[in-house]
Design a protein around this ligand. Sequence first.
Ligand code: GTP
Ligand code: MG
Length: 342
Amino acid sequence: MNPPPKKTPPPAAAASSAPVAPVAASAPEPAAVFRSGFVALAGRANVGKSTLVNRLAGLRVAIVSPKPQTTRHAIRAIVDDGTSQIVFVDTPGLHKPTTRLGQLMVASAWDAFLDSDVAVLITDATRPGPDGHERQFCRKATEAGKPVVLCINKVDKVRKETLLPIMAAFAAASDFLAIVPVSASTGFGVDTLLAEIRAHLPEGPRYFPPETSTDQTERMLVAEIVRERILADTFEEIPHGTAVEIEAFEETDEGGGRIEGDETSGRRFVRIQGRILCEKETHKAILVGQGGSMIKRIGTESREAIERMLGCRVHLDLRVKTKEDWKNDRSVLRDLGYGPER
Ligand SMILES: Nc1nc2c(ncn2[C@@H]2O[C@H](COP(=O)(O)OP(=O)(O)OP(=O)(O)O)[C@@H](O)[C@H]2O)c(=O)[nH]1
Ligand SMILES: [Mg+2]
């Protein structure tokens, strides 16, 4: 498996898909030094990595759910304040994979970690100290000489005094640049985390144009929105056995019009056709629901969220298809964009 090329940004979600030429940061005066870097947010599943990346970026680039293993590929969010550019990389949760998909997910997390200038290990304040995955992370960071900031998330759920022993347990496992307690949900500590990261960024170029917010295309964002609704509305093995593929995405002039209050979208109407892949006929029956009730609910909720994102009316047509064992099928995984080929 070839890791993605070091720090080569993929096409931006904006209209242009031309490769972005890095802008040299040749600084005529010391004050004009530009700092930049790739910052991987890594950690166990469900610790709040995607919630934190959305908070840091100030917009929703990654889907979030209370179910573990929500994020399936590395997602970049770009934060540019004019004097620095941080490319945050949200990663799939570290876990013991049992499928090819799981292996690709974990591999993409390690790739993003190795490719980063600064890594952030995110942990959950409700846990006592580092577990096996977090200890493995600390070992790899030491071996690679990678600077790591430890971020203890979900501090809104615990009493302040429980944090000290957690900090001590982690500090004994590795040498962190800093340990920052945060709440990605409330925003507590996030500015401190950002300042800590900026302080350790190397001098470097602007990797993406300053107005770019993510590397994901609209198709990818739409597929993730549908998957987020499936994660919210279904249970047990169904959400994890499901993938979403956008087969058609067309802007048309027909009907619809812009949604009220949206001043930015010049679009008239977008027609989207998507396919939900599941593992078993019994899962398909649940995803469709009695008289189509479940697919209708997933469709309506997804359409409303997509309309808010695109700022125009949307027609969304979703079908469900069974493909047994797709999580171990290399060609299906490649078609779905999972893995380094993405
Ligand atoms: N109380 C509280 N809940 C949080 C916080 N951050 C995240 N959560 C919740 O934790 C759950 C998991 O959040 P995600 O952001 O999806 O976690 P993740 O680490 O990206 O998970 P994976 O993608 O599965 O690895 C969701 O229910 C979030 O709402 C926080 O600061 N406080
Ligand atoms: Mg996630």
